[in-house]
Ligand binder design. Structure first.
Ligand code: HEC
Ligand code: HEC
Ligand code: HEC
Ligand code: HEC
Ligand code: HEC
Ligand code: HEC
Ligand code: HEC
Ligand code: HEC
Length: 249
């Protein structure tokens, strides 16, 4: 026997020691450290179900909120916040649903709250509504203008310049600076709310410009005149003069 042992190479002996340690380790872990009910229901501890069920609940879920605040849920479902659950903003409110007068949920009116989701951040998906809170109506809290349950602000008609800034700036240092946009374009108020559905008119005939510039036009005498019959009659005026900066160079 002694002879036999001494014939075993040194490496194999060391390997067997390692193997024995592993086997003992496995037996210890499976019989002493793994909880008794592991695997009874699945690849987990069966009693975990109970201990999780015993945890105290904090969130109610918005279906429960709606049982008393139906009008608010209805408003919310019509707006951009329809996918935000009530408690995302109001915090865990289960206690409130049991005793509404005793426990009041948070009302996050602070200006710092909404930018958690809306502050400009280049890693947010394009198209996600973002603002730079330092310059977006800084003096007021967000909820003065945005109803948190339906945040689209009331639209107010704007000046032409608000959307056509480039044209307005160009015109402002041209010979036409003093002519209002609406002298040449008929624009309804609806254009300012739904611009593409209600497009303003544009002049179509050279006689329109002739109304001020023709030799016989009844307009202010300082306005430069051309003879409509001879001044490039084969073209419309704006093929050569950009109407918002008409100076010919
Ligand atoms: C059992 C009815 C009931 C349920 C359910 C309920 N509420 Fe209320 N909630 C009330 C009542 C009543 C008030 C008004 C208390 C008052 O006038 O002071 C109120 C007030 C509030 C307020 C205003 C608190 C304040 O300080 O003005 C918020 C916010 C609110 N509820 C959010 C929620 C949310 C979120 C849920 C769902 C988790 C919810 N409520 C579920 C009955 C309920
Ligand atoms: C985007 C965040 C947000 C979500 C989502 C939200 N709320 Fe609010 N809620 C607010 C803020 C902010 C106020 C405070 C408004 C104020 O004081 O003018 C408020 C106010 C309230 C109030 C007090 C009464 C009122 O109209 O001002 C109630 C009640 C309320 N919320 C219930 C709900 C319920 C119910 C839901 C889900 C259906 C919900 N909220 C979802 C932010 C939110
Ligand atoms: C948990 C994140 C979250 C919070 C907090 C949050 N919002 Fe929003 N908000 C959203 C999402 C999501 C949308 C919808 C974006 C979309 O549809 O592309 C949205 C949309 C908006 C819009 C766009 C409406 C439009 O007409 O384009 C405004 C304005 C807005 N929220 C204001 C607020 C205000 C004010 C608050 C604070 C009371 C607030 N949000 C809090 C996630 C949030
Ligand atoms: C004085 C009113 C006012 C206040 C206060 C205000 N907003 Fe606005 N907000 C508007 C108006 C009006 C718009 C429409 C777009 C525009 O003209 O800038 C708007 C647009 C937005 C948009 C949509 C931007 C987009 O590109 O679609 C978001 C998001 C928003 N606001 C969030 C906020 C948050 C968050 C606060 C508070 C930190 C806030 N607003 C405070 C009036 C206001
Ligand atoms: C809310 C933004 C907004 C405001 C305010 C606005 N516009 Fe526009 N306007 C647009 C958009 C968007 C278009 C379409 C541009 C496009 O299709 O490329 C447009 C197009 C036009 C066109 C071109 C029509 C065409 O057939 O090509 C004219 C002219 C015009 N606007 C004039 C005006 C005048 C004049 C005012 C002021 C009374 C004004 N707009 C105010 C957004 C606006
Ligand atoms: C003197 C008359 C006149 C005035 C004033 C004028 N426009 Fe124009 N505008 C025109 C004519 C003419 C066209 C057509 C040009 C064309 O078809 O190439 C035009 C075209 C446009 C277009 C179509 C896009 C483009 O650049 O061709 C827009 C938008 C526009 N104008 C907006 C405005 C706005 C905003 C103002 C005021 C800031 C304004 N216009 C003032 C005569 C005028
Ligand atoms: C409401 C009257 C009016 C209408 C309509 C009008 N203009 Fe003018 N235009 C003026 C006035 C005013 C001046 C500047 C006169 C001055 O320099 O004091 C002027 C100047 C000009 C000049 C000379 C610029 C320079 O100083 O070299 C050209 C070119 C011109 N307009 C082209 C047009 C064209 C093209 C149209 C049609 C799209 C048009 N105008 C429509 C009033 C008008
Ligand atoms: C083919 C290009 C072209 C067309 C089309 C054209 N013009 Fe001109 N226009 C010019 C040039 C170039 C000048 C400057 C040289 C000159 O005085 O002949 C000029 C000059 C003018 C002047 C300044 C005259 C002065 O005394 O300072 C006015 C005003 C004018 N055009 C208006 C118009 C009107 C209105 C129309 C349309 C009925 C029109 N133009 C069509 C090229 C054109």
């Amino acid at each position: 026997m002694k002879n036999f042992l001494s014939k075993i190479p040194e490496q194999v002996k060391r390997l067997s020691v390692l193997l024995v340690i592993i086997v003992i380790g496995f037996v210890v872990v499976t019989s002493y450290l793994v909880p008794k009910d592991f695997g009874v229901l699945g690849h987990y501890r069966a009693s975990a179900v109970q201990s999780n069920a015993n945890k105290e609940m904090h969130y109610a879920g918005q279906e429960l909120c709606a049982s008393c605040h139906e009008d608010i849920l209805k408003t919310k479902m019509q707006g951009y916040h329809k996918n935000l659950s009530c408690e995302v903003c109001h915090g865990p409110s289960l206690k409130h649903t049991d005793e509404p007068d005793q426990f009041k949920p948070n009302k996050p009116r602070d200006r710092k709250f909404c930018p958690i989701c809306h502050e400009y951040n280049p890693s947010r998906p394009t198209g996600f509504p973002q603002i730079t809170s330092a310059s977006h109506n800084q003096r007021k809290i967000c909820v003065t203008c945005h109803n948190p349950h339906n945040p689209t602000p009331p639209q107010t008609p704007k000046e032409c310049e608000a959307c056509h800034g480039e044209i307005a700036r160009t015109k402002s240092f041209s010979a036409h600076a003093d002519i209002p946009c609406t002298r040449c374009h008929e624009a309804s108020e609806k254009h300012k709310l739904m611009p593409r559905e209600y497009l303003p008119t544009k002049p179509v005939k050279r006689e329109f410009c002739g109304g001020c510039h023709a030799t016989d036009a009844k307009s202010a005498p300082e306005i430069p005149r051309i003879d409509l019959a001879t001044h490039e009659p084969r073209y419309v005026c704006w093929q050569c003069h950009y109407p918002h900066l008409p100076e010919a160079k």
